[in-house]
Design a binder for this molecule. Sequence first.
Ligand code: HEM
Length: 407
Amino acid sequence: MDGFSRRKVLTAGGALGALGALGLATPANARSLWTWAPGSSVAGSGAGIDPQWVWDEEADPVLAAVLERGGIGAINDQLATWTRNDQAPPAGLPADLREFMDHARRMPSWADRDKLDRASRINLKKGIYIGALYGLGSGLMSTAIPRESRAVYYSKGGADMKDRIAKTAKLGYDIGALDAYLPQGSMIVTGVKTRMVHAAVRHLLPQSPDWTRTSGGQKSPISQADILVTWHSLATFVMRRMREWGVRVSAADAEAYLHVWQVSAHMLGVRDEYIPATWDAANAQSRQLLDPVLASTYEGRALTEVLLDIVAELDLGLTRPLISAFSRYTLGDRVGDMIGLAREPILEPLIAAAWPLLVAFREGLIALPVIPAAAWTLEEALRQFVLLFLNEAQPISISIPDMNRPA
Ligand code: HEM
């Protein structure tokens, strides 16, 4: 977007934000007025512009130029060889792309090695909760986020959800890995590649008639606000649920977990002035950004079906009802209904009764309780799920799409 139209859009933003505040926006576009103060961000200050009118001014023009020139196949071959944080971008890449990557792979000055190190060890202790919450909580919640559902559904990856999930799971794996941000790790690479994919999607999706028809007037997808919405559906949601479930997370661990997500937001191209500095700030921002946008869409319901089928495939469908009931328990009825999760009248009360006991037992708060057999089956299913989620994620290379979902 050129400077002129960006300015126009920024001005229009105030008016549209006001419409949203008056409740005049349609449900799929419902947003609250942006009042979140940049003083609560890791930057500590900022212009305070509503992030739904901000995209990625560094990555977007570069990826647009790359896509216009063509030859994405050869670029993706080069990108597949770029795997480690300490590796320079491949020499065979076009100069403009390499220059961008070299800049984008620098960690923010405020990244704290000790916190990142602590964060990497949380998964060893709480991996089953975090893995299950990412996969069956956040993953499914994404289908109740209209803009994300539609972007995913109508982009190239929407046609092959299994592949897409494996790639997205890679981020979940990389961010939780012991060496996520160490030289031999790969979270910088994954973050920068994802930032480039998002920039490519911003160039491609506006060319999709289906996306344009359903975008609710949004001209370019994946704004900074949209990324933050998804960020909260991951980081903030997981921390909130762990707390609600009574999972013991020390203050230092909670801060470290926030930190790894702060750094990751930066690597995905989110401006520092929008990245919450504390959990309080994150919760406040989540209430403003995530809560009002959750809604049911055709695309979201279709994606839920695909996602649940993929999960069920892991174990021949035996536990699909269990997984579905657990997801509803995790997401709550409101979101469960939105995304079309089936009701499981027998399993739902069982999980509601047994899961808190299981957590309390795992956290060492109670002795082995009398737990219905289904709860152990659930735990085993979750463990399998988390393992598969982690294993399948490893050999995947995130590549730049060069087209939208075929009509
Ligand atoms: C691609 C993660 C936010 C839409 C990806 C990929 C990852 C990822 C790892 C690469 C996998 C792939 O190529 O399929 C994230 C994270 C986000 C975020 C961690 C926020 C914290 C969003 C948002 C949207 C979005 C807000 C839309 C509103 C897409 C689309 C693709 C993609 C359309 C490309 C799918 C394709 O055609 O292959 N994202 N994403 N993402 N993301 Fe995101």
